[in-house]
Design a protein. Structure first.
Length: 442
């Protein structure tokens, strides 16, 4: 029993720590950089952590600082971090299912009535194939576009197509261009491909598996309802905000035509959901846009996917609890299903730990750097949520602040999942009830 409770969370942490270590050693070798000599240890560590935690932040220009060998290492780290978290979370969810005995909460567990190793291996194979197929399809489409619309050679187009497909599906946000995704600000086709890869990869495999089996919304589980409807709401809010605040901003979308403005706004609504592609300079966006991005980045995407943040289901589950409390309902519910008290406490714990982590990180970086709080908060949330969007502040921070961002990326990638799973698994039954007391709230 002890192994079941503590083993999975420890496995996730160890997996990521080992991967970051290997990536750091590889990137610190002299033949991975474009210039003479080798990368500084801090730069190699930051890049390896960012790639493994599928964040996309970097203290250097990834496109020019690293040579093709370095880019291959980064790509492999992104793939390991993305598929690693998905397959490990699949295993954790299977253990969670076997421990709690809740049938049908997630589509990935719908057919899992046992916790046998054979079934675990079968499930993980399906998940890996799903993501690899998605990456391959996106890579082919990007390669064709780069080859015939941008005049790239076949080899170069194929490499860029594969790199950006893996980066998009895994919500990493790394690019091979100095200007980032802004290179495609006037190309709706590429923007649509990147947005599609980010959205599908970040929604989470449990949702996609359930959508394939249960196409009628009435048949969806609570998790799928929260994730799908919540993702649509956040997308529409982000799109409306980006259009409202940036369409007339001469430093961002103002000079663009209607079609380009619309597609860049769609990117502005999708990419902050834990994929650090940027089609505009975030140092030039309006304060309202930056504030909306704080929220979108912190919430993140779907559970058991390649996205980060506290997760859409966590945020909207807490919203459902608030609505039920305001209405004076005896049970918090979503649709015709009540939310167990243990799940409510779990969601509240994950959210408040996230808030606390961001606040501590921001205060430490402010102390170390003396930079404006608005920019530091943006960078801090981006690191914790593994979004990777940056105002360019990362490269200006002292090395000590880089280690804080590394810690935030690591905690954001593995912390919320391991904390949530550990809380769900550590369900103990008391043989007695304590007397209740009602403190003043509010």
């Amino acid at each position: 029993m002890k192994r079941l409770r503590f083993g999975p969370a420890r496995t996730v942490v160890v997996f990521y720590a080992i991967t970051v270590t290997i990536g750091t050693l590889l990137l610190a070798l002299p033949f991975t950089t474009s210039g003479e000599g080798k990368a500084a240890f801090g730069t190699a560590l930051f890049t390896a952590a960012s790639a493994t935690c599928i964040t996309g932040m970097s203290p250097v220009d990834v496109a020019t600082y690293w040579n093709p060998v370095g880019h291959v290492v980064i790509l492999l780290l992104v793939q390991a971090g993305g598929l690693g978290i998905v397959t490990l979370s699949a295993r954790l969810l299977q253990l969670l299912h076997g421990r709690m005995g809740i049938e049908g909460t997630l589509a990935a567990q719908a057919d899992s009535h046992t916790d046998s190793p054979a079934h675990a291996r079968s499930m993980i194979r399906v998940i890996v194939r799903f993501y690899l197929l998605l990456e391959a399809l996106l890579a082919v489409l990007l390669t064709l576009r780069l080859r015939f619309s941008y005049g790239e050679s076949t080899g170069r187009a194929a490499w860029e197509g594969v790199f950006h497909a893996v980066s998009a599906v895994n919500n990493a946000g790394f690019t091979l261009y100095t200007q980032g995704a802004a290179k495609f600000a006037g190309d709706p086709w590429v923007l649509a491909m990147l947005c599609g890869g980010v959205f599908i990869g970040g929604l989470g495999y449990p949702v996609w598996f359930e959508l394939m089996r249960r196409r009628r919304p009435k048949q969806w589980s609570m998790h799928t309802r929260l994730t799908v409807y919540g993702s649509v709401i956040l997308f529409l809010v982000g799109l409306a905000a980006f259009l409202a605040f940036e369409s007339h901003n001469p430093a961002t979308l103002g000079p663009l035509g209607f079609t380009d403005t619309l597609w860049n706004s769609i990117g502005g609504a999708v990419f902050p959901r834990t994929a650090g592609f940027n089609t505009v300079d975030y140092t030039q966006v309006r304060p309202e846009t930056m504030a909306i991005n704080y929220v979108l980045m912190f919430i993140g995407g779907g559970s058991a996917g390649t996205s980060g943040g506290i997760k859409v289901s966590t945020f909207f589950l807490l919203g459902a609890v608030i609505i039920s409390e305001v209405r004076g309902e005896p049970q918090a519910r979503v649709g015709r299903r009540a939310i167990p008290t243990a799940v409510q406490r779990q969601a509240l714990t994950v959210a408040l730990l996230g808030v606390g982590t961001v606040m501590v990180g921001m205060i430490v970086i402010l102390t170390l750097s003396k930079q404006p709080m608005q920019l530091v908060l943006f960078e801090t949330i981006s690191a914790f949520s593994t979004t990777g969007l940056s105002t360019g502040l990362t490269g200006l921070l002292p090395e000590a602040a880089h280690f804080v961002l590394i810690a935030l990326m690591f905690i954001g990638r593995v912390g919320t999942m391991t904390v949530g799973t550990a809380l769900a698994m550590r369900r103990s039954k008391r043989r007695y009830q304590l007397p209740e007391e009602f403190p003043i709230v509010g």
